[in-house]
Design a protein around this ligand. Structure first.
Ligand code: NDP
Length: 263
């Protein structure tokens, strides 16, 4: 029996166990996927090995710690500096990132996007910003504090903290912060949120499973938006391919994972 897990803090909200277990059960794979509440990201590697995991996903706030925990990081994750999927291969921890492609999939219906405002500068933002720059979008990042912005200084993205941000017009604004996950706060102060919302075509929030204050504001202003569920599904399908060595096609995995979203 293979064991997989999601590491996070908080982690109780995560739908990843339901999604992956649905696939294992439907396909008769002897595997189980559980949740691990991990407070200290530095303990990720030891915990992974102690639990004898075959693979894992990593969520808030440990994606940067997961990058450091790996023996080898492959593909886009190497460039982005953040890992959300780990697979054990020959006793080595191999890191990948499936978040960014998952997010791009989720906004495939949004047309004529040229410039994007990313709110937040954490692990998820790192992956999305790198992917947006790779795709040729003009990217601005707005974060509550300045500390994490220094990472993006050489990236080609414009960076702003709450103190020096001047609302411009954007085709898409994405909330990548955890504001609204466990509380009822907007990712920026109310007046700044109003200015942003009145100058965008589309909105997105990476949080799923609840209507965040940011999503409620988008709805109130009739802005077409996506919450984090399509991203969750798409990143989960890609992670499952990595866990199972792409033995099954995307449609099959997606079909079983989607069932979880119906109740
Ligand atoms: P990190 O801890 O790496 O980053 C958190 C970011 O949020 C930082 O920029 C932080 O700002 C900001 N922040 C936190 N609280 C507030 C607040 N109250 N007001 C304003 N800014 C705030 O988190 P991750 O990037 O790993 O995760 C972020 C979110 O993305 C989580 O809610 C997670 O569940 C979600 N997620 C969803 C996925 C999906 O598939 N749908 C996939 C991946 C993540 P500062 O630097 O000032 O501290």
């Amino acid at each position: 029996m293979k064991l997989f897990a999601i590491f996070g803090n908080p982690v109780a909200h995560s739908k990843s166990p339901l999604m992956h277990n649905a696939v294992f059960k439907a396909l008769g794979i002897k595997a189980c996927y559980t949740r691990v509440l991990l407070k200290d990201g530095a303990k990720l590697r030891d915990t992974f090995l102690k639990l004898n995991l075959s693979g894992a996903n990593i969520t808030v706030p440990h994606k940067e710690a997961a990058f450091k925990a790996c023996d080898e990081v492959r593909g886009f994750a190497k460039k982005a500096g953040v890992v959300n999927t780990i697979v054990k291969e020959d006793n080595k921890l191999i890191g990948y990132n499936t978040d960014a492609d998952g997010f791009l999939y989720s906004i495939k219906d949004f047309k004529d996007i040229k410039n994007i405002l990313v709110i937040g500068a954490g692990g998820t933002a790192k992956a999305l910003v790198q992917k947006f720059l790779d795709e040729g979008f003009d990217v601005s990042i707005l974060n509550r504090s300045e500390k994490r912005l220094s990472f993006f200084e050489q990236s080609g993205a414009k960076t702003y903290s709450w103190d020096n941000f001047k609302a411009d017009s954007f085709d898409l604004a994405v909330n990548t912060t955890s504001a609204g996950l466990e509380d009822e706060s907007l990712p920026v102060p109310d007046d700044m949120a109003d200015k942003i919302i009145s100058n965008i075509k589309y909105g997105a929030d990476v949080i799923y499973g609840k209507k965040t204050p940011f999503v409620k504001l988008l709805e109130k202003n009739d802005i077409p938006y996506k919450d984090g569920s399509d991203m969750l599904l798409a990143q989960g399908v890609l992670a499952n391919h990595l866990f199972l060595g792409k033995r099954y096609d995307t449609q099959t995995i997606q079909k079983y994972m989607e069932k979880v979203f119906r109740y």
